[in-house]
Design a protein around this ligand. Sequence first.
Ligand code: ZN
Ligand code: ZN
Length: 148
Amino acid sequence: MSRPKTEARDRSHGRSYVVGFSPFFVCKLRDMPYKPKHPCSFPRCPELVQAGEQYCDKHKKQEQKRYDEQLGTAARRGYGSRGKKYRRWYLQRYPLCVNYDECHNVATVVDHRISVSKGGDFWDSNNHQPMCKSCHDRKTAKEDGRWG
Ligand SMILES: [Zn+2]
Ligand SMILES: [Zn+2]
């Protein structure tokens, strides 16, 4: 006979707890921190992404990679055409490998004395030296100072 009494008390306790939230507070909670999500910008990707983001995690990585590759290709192409002309001119002027005494080869490569990755200037002619391929390969095996 004591059991229904306890249940009744629990129920009323629970109700008073719920009533403790004011409707205003519940309302605030509902639209507080969430900006509306929108679909990923990748064609036909149904993934929802946070406001301010363009792609879902998966496509963000994919697009970044694609962007990097495009940039890389453009840069290489740019260096390539200007570099080719310059190289032809440079090798006419300095036709022999800097190590000619050792290798007895004509130069086919314009090398960076200080490799660009170590802070050498790409276009500064003071940083250029004529090299044959085998000397250049030997040098770049140690450091990457490759032309174009
Ligand atoms: Zn996506
Ligand atoms: Zn050489």
